[in-house]
Design a protein around this ligand. Sequence first.
Ligand SMILES: Nc1ncnc2c1ncn2[C@@H]1O[C@H](COP(=O)(O)OP(=O)(O)O)[C@@H](O)[C@H]1O
Ligand SMILES: [Mg+2]
Length: 364
Amino acid sequence: MPIRRLSVRGVRNLAPLDIHPHSRVNFIYGDNGSGKSSLLESIALLSSGKSFRSNQIKQLIHHDADRLELECELDETGADAQTQDLYSLRLRNGDVLFRLDGSVLTSQAQVATRLPVQVIEPNTFRLLVGSPEDRRQFLDWGVFHVEPGFIEEWRIFRKVLKQRNSVLKQKEVSWLDVWDGGFIEASEKIHQYRLAYLKAFVPQFESTLAALDAEIKVRLHYYPGWEKDSQLKDILTRQQERDLQLGYTQSGPHRAELRIRVDKLPAADVLSRGQQKTVVAALKLTQGILYKQSCGNAPIYLVDDLASELDSRHRLALCQVLEDLKCQVFITSIEKQQLMDSWTPSEFKVFHVEHGKIEEESLS
Ligand SMILES: Nc1ncnc2c1ncn2[C@@H]1O[C@H](COP(=O)(O)OP(=O)(O)O)[C@@H](O)[C@H]1O
Ligand SMILES: [Mg+2]
């Protein structure tokens, strides 16, 4: 579902803006500090509730403002297509409000399902070098968007995990047996969802990576959060004493990980920075390809600072995959020409950003 109109108020240095992006490719160029990343950040924030640059959302709110407001009109595709109006308000004190066509939505997840977004930006290689949690969240983005039952099972699992941990903290050993049955059942469901998603993900990733760079040989290994070949039940029994000492559950799907390796070593320890970026780009493109296979539309891609991401050969390859996906893309660079050299899509718009003001350029 492409963004047909985007309105942003109170984000970083951006002047209040209302733009009508192209449903396919949007080139955004401007000097350092002009506000390009802030524009992409606004779209990412609306979708995921998170920024790809700051941990604290209040840092995104313009220094002189007490709130930021984001609104977009989404174009539905299909026979009885309509537009939907998605709105989000964030106050400096952390309060949030979401609305869809004027009706209040109760969770970020409800927003995310309507506005799926993938971000490729200069820090994305952190997906390889960062914590297991980053890679688990990455995997779960796909599972969440492709397997509709996942979110509910995840909520159930989180609840049971919290209860089990609280029993551990209170050292109520006799209650553990009661909770363990539910914990194992919920864990198994999460594991099965992830497994099903990865079955499609792994071969698609291999072919996408080959399209970007045939020389990089990495393999994905899924670790479910407990030792392979062992029953979770046996592990919980074995780890019970240590769990009680620690006051939390050491094994389970909350410890799952997507391990990315070259031979037997972590890819982060072997690959160059540029190669890491290519691998991460392939991972993110694969999410979009699978999402499209399951939902019919591709997610929106935000590609920030394309030039710092990849060299020209890899830029061309990345843009080719995006072209084939026929998705809406917002792609930034300092130089307009550098963007146009990487990609000449048949349909696009160009926006110039200067001191926080964004203007659509006429293409005539
Ligand atoms: N909360 C804020 N309020 C006002 N200005 C901000 C805020 N946070 C960052 N800025 C400024 O916004 C500008 C936008 O930066 P950025 O979007 O990263 O530009 P670009 O990606 O084009 O290089 C920077 O000059 C930065 O100092
Ligand atoms: Mg930037």
